[in-house]
Design a protein around this ligand. Structure first.
Ligand code: ZN
Ligand code: FE
Ligand code: FE
Ligand code: ZN
Length: 264
């Protein structure tokens, strides 16, 4: 019943392993399906952690090879797309370049030059109050949802990755983002990647997820694997959390259409 839609390939420059190795690990862990979601290319040189546009055909080829070698495992095609204000038309153009099953919307950048999850930019946190960073981040999440470009949202509260968390109630930061996600009908990822980071928590927080359930926002569980061994990482724990919140189904995708998978 479980599936993992958030996996990278060596084309982004910071992940290891051919997609076939991710597929092998998924089968070993008993996953029902998987999907790849490389960091989206940009038309120009943008940063050093996404696939080059010139490598896009190679990406399709790697996924195709994994499919051919694992005929019993459904392997979906996705892309993890950065929401960058003003670049919406590029995402639309990209979405027509292949037969995608889903596009993941992600916020890493809160300003044109600060990707908040970048470990090389930890100094930036000393230059701005954490409250301000969080406000910018969740505003960007709201815009991501409002764009209507994406099928689901990546790591909803990634901004906490290194443990920078404001004191007090966090709901005021979440609210606008949750409103926009609810209105957009997009799903959100419950990502176990945060368990492997300094914060040591699933993305999103329990409070965020409880609010998401109250608003009937759909969920799926993913690992954000950058290495084959991370496929399906801590999925039991994520599933327990999702069930505890009240969820009875997960949301999968086929050709950008939602498919509801009852939780067994
Ligand atoms: Zn990555
Ligand atoms: Fe990401
Ligand atoms: Fe990712
Ligand atoms: Zn990611």
């Amino acid at each position: 019943m479980l599936f993992d839609y958030h996996m990278h390939t060596p084309l982004c420059g910071h992940a290891a392993g051919h997609p076939r190795e991710y597929a092998t690990e998924a089968i070993r862990k008993g996953l029902a399906e998987i999907g790849f979601s490389e960091h989206n290319p940009m038309p120009e040189k943008f940063d050093d952690w996404r696939m080059d546009l010139a490598d896009f055909p190679k990406y399709l080829q790697l996924v195709q090879e994994a499919r051919e070698e694992n005929p019993k495992l459904p392997i979906r095609l996705g892309l993890e797309c950065d929401f960058i204000p003003g670049r919406e038309s590029w995402i639309r153009e990209l979405s027509r370049k292949a037969d995608f099953d889903y596009l993941i919307g992600a916020v890493h950048y809160i300003t044109p030059d600060w990707d908040v999850d970048n470990p090389l930019k930890l100094d930036r946190w000393k230059q701005q109050p954490v409250e301000e960073v969080w406000t910018h981040y969740f505003k960007a999440i709201a815009q991501t949802a409002q764009s209507g470009l994406f099928d689901f949202l990546a790591h909803p509260d990634l901004v906490k990755k290194f443990g920078h968390i404001p004191k007090g109630d966090l709901l005021p930061y979440y609210r606008e983002a949750l409103d926009a996600i609810e209105a957009s009908k997009m799903a959100i990822e419950v990502s176990t990647a945060g368990l492997r980071k300094a914060v040591g928590e699933i993305y999103p927080s329990v409070q965020f997820l409880r609010e998401a359930f109250r608003r009937k926002i759909s969920v799926l569980i993913s690992s954000d694997s950058h290495a084959p061994g991370e496929v399906g990482h801590e999925f039991r724990r994520a599933l327990d959390l999702v069930k505890e919140m009240g969820y009875r189904e997960l949301t999968a995708f086929r050709k950008r259409e939602q498919v509801k998978i009852p939780i067994a």
